[in-house]
Design a protein around this ligand. Structure first.
Ligand code: ITT
Length: 195
């Protein structure tokens, strides 16, 4: 059986690293950089699903090749699901991971409900048809940040079943809990079953 090839419509190299580490040699993942595509895809919608769809559709229109994208948000219960779809630009356009973390911890200060979840929605375009997959990781937001690994909000998120932040884990350990791993595992199973 031939290994399926998929272009991954993302400019976030951390996502590429994590997803490659999960799929191993079962899928040939080609990042936008590997494919020589330089594009900043807008994410104008109010749901993760629509933004994921936008990213994969733009790359499919450009390449006509099988591709996928994912949109991820950190949904904090005490903030009514924020930053959610705005996770990348919570503190404003072009702001750093650190500025987003600072704003989130500030907005949560004094709140005892620290429950949150990461949610990833994947849009796969396979043979011109679109399919969606979702992965959720529930957990808690810390009072202070710690850990140097990972990216984004990893220094302030402790997944349920652990006592340390994602940023204090190796990639393999993060994968054993993560939203992204759960979503991509469904995509891998889907491709195995339809080939
Ligand atoms: P692409 O749209 O190019 O894929 P992006 O970084 O803009 O990359 P998103 O729109 O999905 O990705 O933004 C989600 C933001 O949420 C991201 O910038 C991080 O700050 C955060 N994030 C996503 N996944 C995360 C993870 O596994 N751990 C910590 N933070 C994460």
């Amino acid at each position: 059986m031939q290994i399926p090839k998929l272009i991954f419509a993302t400019n976030n190299f951390n996502k590429v690293k994590e997803i490659k580490s999960v799929v191993g040699s079962s899928i040939d993942i080609v990042s936008l950089a590997d494919a020589g595509i330089e594009i900043d895809i807008p994410e104008p919608h109010i749901t993760l699903k629509e933004n994921a769809s936008e990213k994969s559709s733009v790359i499919h229109a450009l390449t006509k090749e099988n591709c996928f994208s994912e949109d991820t948000g950190l949904e904090v219960e005490a903030l009514n699901g924020e930053p959610g779809v705005k996770s990348a630009r919570y503190a404003g356009d072009g702001r750093s991971f650190q500025e987003n973390i600072n704003l989130l911890l500030n907005n949560l200060s004094g709140k005892t409900n620290r429950s949150a979840q990461f949610r990833t929605v994947i849009s796969l375009i396979w043979n011109n048809q679109e399919y969606f997959f979702e992965g959720i990781c529930k957990g808690q937001i810390t009072d202070i940040q710690y850990g140097e690994e990972g990216f984004g909000y990893d220094p302030i998120f402790i997944p349920a079943g652990s006592n340390k932040t994602f940023a204090s884990m190796s990639m393999e350990e993060k994968n054993s809990f993560s939203h992204r791993k759960k979503a991509i595992a469904q995509l891998v199973t889907f491709l195995k079953n339809i080939q």
